[in-house]
Design a protein around this ligand. Structure first.
Ligand SMILES: [Zn+2]
Length: 200
């Protein structure tokens, strides 16, 4: 059984503002509480906070990829035979899996492959590839037999991310959650589709 695609993090009411999200007024930020950025909630303890940072960083790294990192199992959004630069409702596209990738670059330094990456909010695992440098050749064979030879900036890739949120993440968060907040957190896990019996 695969893990649910969302993972709640144990939170409690902010200790600074008591959950209202508001604290003393200043002209720059109004009365927004600094303890919780105005949300009224904060992580339930430092262990949870550390774990949450680690898990979020890992999930984020799986949502992003350099064009040079595309590999078998990743998915591309293909519209009319081309890699799309955006995903739109009704564009007729579909995710097609990458079977094999070959690429070469005269000078394969980190610098030449770097670029700013930006997650596409419309696709759960969408990313935008960096501009590819001249001299880099790429050949992506998809499972439907077609071959793509161009990846430019702003094209959407989707990484194979089946293990993005692991059951062990949920189990570790549950174990790190302070007793006083555990029952509330267990309820949130169940609502998100987790099986508590498998986490204990
Ligand atoms: Zn607060």
């Amino acid at each position: 059984m695969s893990a649910p695609t969302s993972l709640p993090f144990p939170k409690r009411d902010c200790s600074r503002c008591g959950g209202s999200g508001r604290y003393s007024y200043n002209s720059m930020h109004g009365d927004r509480c600094y303890g919780c950025s105005g949300t009224g909630r904060q992580f339930a303890g430092s262990k949870v906070s550390t774990l949450a940072t680690e898990i979020r960083q890992r999930i984020r790294s799986q949502k992003e990829a350099l064009a040079s990192d595309v590999g078998a199992g990743d998915l591309l959004w293909i519209v009319a035979g081309r890699i799309a630069s955006r995903i739109d409702r009704g564009d007729g596209g579909s995710w097609i899996e990458v079977l094999d990738v070959t690429h070469s670059l005269g000078e394969r330094s980190g610098q030449s492959m770097s670029g700013s990456l930006r997650a596409d909010p419309r696709a759960q695992w969408g990313i935008v590839a960096p501009v590819v440098q001249p001299g880099w050749t790429l050949s992506i064979t998809l499972v439907d037999g077609t071959v793509q030879r161009r990846i430019s900036s702003r094209q959407i890739l989707r990484r194979k991310a089946t293990d993005a949120i692991r059951q062990s993440d949920a189990a570790r968060l549950l174990a790190a959650c302070p007793k006083a907040h555990r029952s509330v957190y267990e309820q949130e896990l169940v609502e998100a589709g987790w099986n508590l019996e498998e986490l204990r």
